[in-house]
Design a protein around this ligand. Sequence first.
Ligand code: MN
Length: 581
Amino acid sequence: MDKQDKKIRRKKQRTAALCSKEGISLTSHPTQTVVVCNAGLTTGASRESIVERFLPHASPRRVRMVPGRQFCFVEFDDEESACRAVEALDGRGCEPVLYLAFTESVPDALCCPPVATALPPGATLVTNIMDETEEQNILSQLTFGDDGSMKHRQVQHFGYEFDYATNNVDATRPLPGGLPAWCEPLVERLQARHLLAERPDQLTINRYLPGQGIPPHVDTHSAFTDQLVSVSLGADTTMEFSRPPPGGATAAVRLPRRSALVMDGEARYLWSHGIVPRKSDVTAGVGGDLTLTPRGTRVSLTLRRLRRAACHCRHPQQCDSRQPAADAEQTAALSRTLESTHVAQVYENIADHFSCTRHKPWPRVEQFVRTLPTGSLLLDVGCGNGKYLGLNRHLFEVGVDQSARLCAIGRARGHQTVTAGCLPLPVRSGAVDACICIAVIHHLATRERRTAALRELGRVLRPAGRALVYVWALEQRLGARSAGYLKRGRQRAGADGRPEDAAALPLPVHTNRTEFQQQDVLVPWKLRGGAELLPSGVHHRYYHVYRQGELEEDARSAGGLVVRESYYDQGNWCAVLENAS
Ligand code: MN
């Protein structure tokens, strides 16, 4: 046995193994059908090229290609023809060398298209939307220069520029000239045939060379209205559709040149569409048998109409107009984390140490409390260890704090405290004469909640009752003065950043005693000594530091409150609010 024979034998053994794996039964006696290896769709062979290879020896009755495989089936009218073909071609002849074996039958399932070829619901394909003359006329008007060329295809826009960075259109910036004149007859035809309900005002022209494609996508819901039209010129292509789970499905649809594909409903809003970048497509020939069809240069005209409003489709998961709702959910989840993990829990953990550092009342807060009329009922919202309670012996006072440990410290000092949050306050409406709310509201993580907390102060105040509110200021230096908080020499070195150990934290960590770099920050509290020292010893408290004017704005949008006075004190923005009802 010479070298060549050995090679053929080896190849034939491999063929037999391959066939048995695929459930194809080979036989040593002649049959009318042969399986041909090294001649499948994945080798780049078309049905026509196989027929050509066989014709000089015996004319095939049918060639059946198998999607995604390196082999195909060739059927003859009789065993004699099949024998002649095997004799002449098996392991011989020009490249690619074919390897043939007799088989009893062709597994039909193998020869089916790999995916459904039916259009997704809502899509309509209209063939021959124009004649060849019009096609040539349009193609001759298009110039594709280096300008505007994209990585995988070339593109031109009319009416409005489509921005591939945002996948959207700027409706305020129409392009001069609108849609080109040659587009008119096509648009009129689409409307006359009731394929298009509305007049398109945006045209995107793409040129796809063989081997080029477009990634699967759903056209941005908020950018365009219900119907998208894709007109194919110059060459056919295969467009792949995919429906996301649940109910996931795919479809590969042949778009012939001079056809118009209208995507509406599910096809427009739910299914993605794209073109796989390849040089040929597996297509069904006459009688449904598959073959490989090389791609030509295809020009697509995409006609769309700008939506100019939010989308109300039935597929919110795919809808960018519904994204704000998702964002709101995320924000709500984050604010819950910030307020529970980075406020409530931290104060509970640092209560004793925190209390040791809170003795001296701020003078202007003390003044507010001292000047209240005798017999007033004062509510201290976020009373902490109660340092503002007991300053005026002529008042009835109640402190509220969400930290049970801080409340206990306050109670131990002889004050009445209630463990509760400030949203809502556990107090009857109109029940108190005055409130103080010092360094509390800046711990609420959304503007809505901060505003709601102010509204809540208004609710518990009697008519004309007043609340003094202090929140930490973004501006730690106002004019020439700097708040005591800033450490000398550090004013300019300030930088809010993420220390290495804080990578898992939801917000940037503020560097203590420097200027704030943003309004929402985590401020470290360092515990010193004692058994309560946690592994890191650092607790991060969440703050929303207020910019100038923000507290007054929030108070106004809370409703029912009048800002009687506002000022800057000790690095805080402060306001005296009055129940205006
Ligand atoms: Mn598209």
